[in-house]
Design a protein. Structure first.
Length: 236
């Protein structure tokens, strides 16, 4: 612990806490401050000017990162018949119906995302207490309740991530691995920000994007210049 504490203090010393970095410069700073020996994930935190307590300001959606997340995502699918085969052909790791229900009820949870066809939700609903708290429950808003299983599974495997605003108005999302390098991480982050811009609630008043920070798994946060979001808005 003492060693890690010294490393973290040293990493923080490389970051100017009073500065708002440009996107590329900030990501580079976060990468230079990392100290773990493994390939750390890189995450973004965005503070939004919304009040999640109001339904019309609750933001929950998905985005397909152009360069993926760098992680192998295991997908479980609830489907029958031709749809089950469609899921298997698309690369799903586990496919089933009542048999998959029993397997999960028995304690098996070796998957990262769960997809289901609409007609299977009565079965999946029995797993609410198991999947819900883990954020694994299929949902129409995130495209995980659908008859187009091929598209859903392929997008998830390619780097589709889910995000949801927390009580404090903050969204946390992974944008890849440190090994991706600055350019790919920047493009992934911009894809996320573009999506957030499109999702701005009409009920949200004042400044929408109040703050952005990027960090590696173990490293310190680096605050970014929100003004650069205007360039992303212009692209859209």
């Amino acid at each position: 612990m003492a060693k890690r504490g010294k490393q973290l203090v040293a990493a923080r010393g490389k970051i100017d806490r009073s500065k708002r970095y440009g996107f590329e410069e900030g990501i580079q700073a976060a990468l230079e401050a990392k100290f773990a020996k493994f390939d750390e994930s890189v995450d973004v935190a965005v503070r939004l000017g919304v009040d999640p307590r109001h339904a019309d300001q609750m933001i929950r959606s998905t985005v397909v990162l152009p360069h993926g997340t760098g992680k192998t995502v295991r997908v479980a699918v609830f489907a029958k018949g031709e749809k089950a085969q469609e899921a298997r052909d698309a690369g799903a790791d586990e496919v089933g119906a009542e048999d998959l229900l029993e397997k999960i009820q028995g304690g098996w949870l070796e998957f990262d995302r769960c997809v289901a066809t609409p007609d299977m939700m009565a079965v999946v609903g029995k797993l609410g207490r198991v999947l819900g708290p883990r954020g694994l429950m299929p949902n129409t808003k995130t495209g995980t309740v659908t008859f187009d299983l091929a598209k859903a599974v392929k997008e998830i495997k390619a780097g589709k991530i889910e995000f949801r605003v927390e009580k404090g108005g903050i969204i946390h999302a992974p944008i890849g691995k440190a090994s991706f390098g600055v350019e790919k991480l920047k493009e992934n982050m911009e894809a996320l920000l573009e999506t957030l811009i499109r999702l701005k609630p009409t009920a949200a008043k004042g400044t929408y994007m109040k703050g952005i920070a990027v960090s590696t798994t173990m490293g310190p946060g680096v605050r970014l210049d929100v003004a650069e979001v205007k360039a992303i808005s212009a692209k859209g």
